[in-house]
Design a binder for this molecule. Sequence first.
Ligand SMILES: C[S@@+](CC[C@H](N)C(=O)[O-])C[C@H]1O[C@@H](n2cnc3c(N)ncnc32)[C@H](O)[C@@H]1O
Length: 201
Amino acid sequence: MTDDHTHTHVLDFFTPRAADWDSRFPDDGPAYAAAAGLLGLRPGDTVLDAGCGTGRALPALRAVVGPGGTVLGADLTPAMLEAAARAGRGASGTLVRADVARLPLRDGALDAVFGAGLISHLARPGADMAELARVVRPDGVLALFHPIGRAALAARQGRAITDDDLRAEPRLRELLAGAGWRLESYTDEDDRFLALASRQG
Ligand SMILES: C[S@@+](CC[C@H](N)C(=O)[O-])C[C@H]1O[C@@H](n2cnc3c(N)ncnc32)[C@H](O)[C@@H]1O
């Protein structure tokens, strides 16, 4: 379900960072829990954490769908999934190695997709968002989250914020619309980026 040749940069970037990924961001837990609570998920629902990394969001997603729900975590980088397993995140959801460009899921299988820190790493964001739309039921939800806003992230990385950033609201709205999503809300604050979209029928 992966094409490693087109994802060399992702594997090269995340493999050496996997082992201490969680310890670099020790205070993010409450932000993930708050974001998971905004997807409108109900007990028994099915949700995918796309680009789950070390599975930091999985306990929060499990908490909202309950024991009767289904939580999947998919990631391209084996080292991130191994770190997720070591951290016990497999207790909250099923960990799968998969490329969001080609998910091993049937059409409309999911109620929602959560993607944290994902979109800026995608090789083909339009096609990848369309694949996420394929696997979500009509009126299902996409949440693109980051525990830091665009301006604060740019400052941390010592660069300027720019309007050609995929996460800038007009660009993101257009990208999502072309992939079967309607942007319903957009929040870009220092301590939270959250775009919520609904799957068009
Ligand atoms: C910035 S990390 C975020 C990880 C996790 N969501 C979190 O919030 O801690 C981005 C993750 O996306 C994964 N990723 C990038 N491109 C992907 C793709 N095409 N399919 C699946 N996962 C991908 C990377 O391997 C990495 O684990």
